[in-house]
Design a binder for this molecule. Structure first.
Ligand SMILES: Nc1ncnc2c1ncn2[C@@H]1O[C@H](COP(=O)(O)OP(=O)(O)OP(=O)(O)O)[C@@H](O)[C@H]1O
Length: 258
């Protein structure tokens, strides 16, 4: 019988080889509770995107098991929202229609048009992009496209949310603003979330645990608890002793396994 310990995402003995026969992702064993958010950092090529792709069902094959609440993650009832590195927006659809079509495909949209429009407005407003609704993705800056992609991912109310460096290529201030917006949205809709970043500070600011991927595919990832920092008020995190200590701890692990 299922109990709360088995709830959430369970990744067991996951290994991925692409056609070339080269190992893209070494052995990953990981469990993430329902309503948990973990961040992932790792050197380039360590398999972070491959891990997200395997969970999202975008790989033709892998070894091991990926389960959500003890069932294959690829069952219909598990809805996965992915924000890929290139945002994945449809260039021929407006911002509004990008969100609307995702809601339609995933059957998240309410039956009434008015309710659906209210939901779209709410998601656009929550990411601070209400004024961009009728624009096309290619007319937007990278940061604006990232906001749209995140609004769309939240709007489908996914069971699992996967984000692949969603705030890369943003200036430091915009990045900090988006981190706060993202966390507020996540707190209001705490879906099971994996968030890949190259930024150690971002990993500490956003994750309940931090997964540090090794460069050697034969070594298993290091998983670092981050509850102390996670539960602080966001504005207090950066200046806290715990944040400083955590940064030191993670840098040490990086030196050992990168
Ligand atoms: N489609 C593919 N075919 C063959 N090999 C691939 C493919 N995609 C990725 N790889 C290889 O798999 C390994 C892991 O790649 P992946 O993109 O998952 O790394 P990453 O940690 O996300 O890197 P980055 O931080 O640079 O985005 C790399 O060695 C990469 O060259």
């Amino acid at each position: 019988m299922s109990n709360s310990r088995n709830k959430g995402l369970a990744i067991k003995d996951l290994k991925v080889e692409y056609k070339s026969g080269q190992l893209a992702l070494g052995q990953v064993d990981l469990s993430l509770p329902e309503h948990g958010i973990y961040t992932i950092i790792g050197p380039s090529g360590s398999g972070k995107s491959t891990l997200l792709r395997a969970i999202a069902g975008l790989l033709p094959s892998y070894q091991g098991q990926i389960l959500f609440n003890e069932k294959s993650v690829h069952e219909k009832e598990t809805l996965i929202g992915l924000v890929p590195q290139n945002y994945g927006l449809l260039p021929w659809k407006t911002v509004h229609d990008n969100i609307q079509i995702a809601m339609k495909i995933t059957h998240t949209a309410s039956s009434s048009k008015q309710e659906r429009e209210t939901q779209i407005k709410q998601w656009l407003s929550s990411m601070g992009i209400s004024d961009l609704a009728e624009r096309y993705p290619l007319s937007l800056s990278g940061g604006q496209q990232q906001r749209v992609a995140i609004a769309r991912a939240f709007a489908i109310l996914p069971t699992i949310l996967l984000l692949d460096e969603p705030f890369s290529a943003l200036d430091a201030i915009t990045r900090e603003t988006l981190q706060v917006l993202f966390l507020e949205n996540w707190m209001a809709n705490p879906t099971t979330t994996l968030f890949v970043t190259h930024d150690v500070e971002e990993a500490i600011l956003l994750g309940q645990k931090i997964i540090v991927m090794p460069s050697n595919k034969e070594t298993t990832p290091e998983i670092i608890d981050n509850h102390l920092v996670f539960h602080m008020k966001h504005e207090d995190k950066r200046d806290s002793v715990d944040f400083f200590e955590q940064t030191k701890r993670i840098r040490k692990v990086m030196q050992e396994i990168w």
